[in-house]
Design a protein around this ligand. Structure first.
Ligand code: NDP
Length: 297
């Protein structure tokens, strides 16, 4: 029997709609949640991600303070902009679209964002709090994956989860979150040094592919009935498309469909969830600022 296709697009729309309702309430209370998305240069993939974020901001009714800087922007100019936005009490979230041009040190830039406005959840303070289970902005993609699993009714408690990819923005935080008591999964992280990958992935009740390697997860690597979450977004040149490329995941979708219990497609799987969770984090940040202001009254 073919796997159920998890509709990330629909689930994300539901989350945006709930976020829009909460945003409206906050606006009525005099606070307009506001996100500053900073884009440096014109990397086509980054431009399209930023456009997606702007569309979502408009949809949920939040203020969009997007700033598009030219490729030649210096590191110091970018850091100065971040300092200004950190100080601006009308801005609740700051996001710098990655990757940055090579002459800018991405780590330095992330470190410059105030942890209170770090709605991407990449600052070491948020990452550290996440690890020890304290309140933190959860990184949007891992958070989106967890919501997808919950909304689809995938049992994580006692499940064996295998994550292919150990990046700081997806694989690592997702592994930490899935091992939290509330999710209670047993997690294995795989990477390019992993031997006998197939033997490991075939044990997964939940298989998460976050490698950035198109089609690397084949049908024979999947345990029958497993939940398969494909985080990968790969641009494959395709002259039949107007854009000149098509998007594909890390999972061979047609093969996986025959084996898995449920699976996310690419596009319309994890991608829209990442943006929806960014809206959730921005709302949370605005609420934090409101509560802080109330305490200081
Ligand atoms: P990184 O390149 O930072 O990390 C990739 C990880 O996958 C590395 O740990 C790497 O191992 C591992 N890996 C790569 N190839 C293999 C392989 N053949 N076998 C085993 N492990 C492998 O990528 P990101 O985490 O930033 O992104 C991963 C994918 O997810 C990309 O396609 C990206 O576009 C997509 N993405 C999608 C998002 C969404 O919203 N849908 C958001 C963020 C990312 P090693 O450490 O050994 O090099």
């Amino acid at each position: 029997m073919a796997a159920t296709i998890i509709n990330g697009y629909e689930i994300a729309a539901k989350i945006r709609s709930r976020t829009a309702e909460e945003t409206l309430k906050l606006k009525e209370a005099g606070i307009e949640p506001c996100l500053a998305v900073i884009l440096v240069g014109d990397n086509p993939a980054s431009v399209s991600y930023v456009t997606g974020k702007q569309k979502a901001l408009a949809e949920v009714g939040m203020k969009d303070r997007s700033i598009h800087l030219k490729e030649e922007t210096t590191e110091e100019e970018l850091l100065e902009l971040i300092r200004t936005l950190n100080e601006d009490s009308t801005v609740h979230g700051i996001l710098v679209q990655l990757p940055l041009p090579r002459h800018i040190n991405g780590e330095k830039v992330i470190m410059a964002i105030s942890p209170e406005k770090d709605v991407d959840g990449f600052h070491p303070v948020n990452m550290g709090n996440l690890i020890i289970g304290r309140k933190a902005f959860l990184p949007c993609t891992p958070h989106g994956v967890l919501v997808l699993l919950e909304e689809t009714g995938v049992e994580t408690d006692g499940a064996r989860a295998v994550i292919v990819g150990r990046s700081n923005i997806v694989g690592k935080p997702l592994a930490i979150l899935l091992t939290r008591k509330e999710y209670n999964a047993t997690v294995t992280i795989c990477h390019t040094g992993t031997k006998k990958l197939k033997e490991i992935t075939r044990q997964a009740d939940i298989l998460i592919a976050a490698a950035g390697s198109p089609g690397m997860i084949t049908g024979d690597m999947i345990k029958p009935g497993a939940a398969v979450i494909d985080v990968g977004v790969n641009r494959i040149p395709d002259s039949t498309k107007k854009s000149g490329f098509r998007l594909t995941g890390d999972v061979k979708f047609e093969e996986a469909l025959e084996v898995a219990g449920c699976i996310t497609p690419v596009p319309k799987g994890v991608g829209p969830m990442t943006i929806a969770m960014l809206m959730v984090n921005t709302l949370e940040s605005a609420l934090n600022f409101k509560n802080k202001a109330n305490r200081q009254k």
